[in-house]
Design a protein around this ligand. Sequence first.
Ligand SMILES: O=C(O)CCC(=O)C(=O)O
Length: 318
Amino acid sequence: MLNWLRTFKASYVLNNLLNRSKIAHNKPLFQKYNIKRPLSWPINSTVFSHLPQPRPWIDEIKTLDELKAHPNFLKMTHSHQEHAIHWFEKGYLIFREFFNQEEVEEINAEVASLLSKGNVNQRKNNKIFFAYRHSDLLGKLVRRKELVDLMSALTGKRMLPFQSLNFIKGSQQRAHSDSIHMTTYPMGYLTAIWIALEKVDDASGPLFYYPGSHRLPYVMNHDFEHGGNRYQIGSQANAHYEDKIEEVIQANNFEKAYFYTEPGDLLIWHANLIHGGDPIRDKSRTRKSMVVHYFGEDVICYHELTQRLALMPTAEYH
Ligand SMILES: O=C(O)CCC(=O)C(=O)O
């Protein structure tokens, strides 16, 4: 019943009206881009299609030589430069043992405690949403300076945490780019981190990704049969989107890579890197992990698939 109601755009308009303060920060941005429509109305990428389409500085670059001569690259530290080259070519970065064993244990204990106190709960696809908003420990973790500084250097805008997802078991989510779920205008100001909170192998449903896929055109609602209309979101829009992404992967011959991990390993991905969760082959296995999605400061953040502005309760956005 709730899922059916959610297909009606009016339910989001109502929700936006009830959460006015969480979308109000978009007002100056709508003015800046001369978008004349109420903040509460449905929104998708076609609203911005007549506007210039700039991308994060690194995504505007065509060749490695051009990257190495760019002023933003030249002012980076040596280690950031190495990361920028890998990011440019592959669309992701891996840091082994970024968190130590003690930190991993603390995080796992914190998630277990939040679950047992009922501060968070496990929802669709084994996901625990927004735990970082209920915990000082996780709140500090998502704002770790070296991570935020690196992602901000790569995109050219300060990156702010928007959403965290904790998993006890693998998501088994089909291949997708996060930009269909969390979208920005201008496009591309989204990054995500994936933290391994235990050993992950083939049996527990590892994260998979397609190196280099971040350079593909963004797939938006108008690129597939989303099935929606003026009043409703297509009830199968996500499944049709995922079918479309399968086609894109086949057509481009991308090689699938897996993130096999030890506890504490970390992967950062680009707004348009295609990724997902592999099937769980051993159903008894857990796959404790945490994802954090970051939006760039000073951009319009919305959800292309469900056609609504992102609600931003955190102080950083205001
Ligand atoms: O952890 C996974 O299995 C997939 C997570 C994911 O796709 C996401 O958070 O966007």
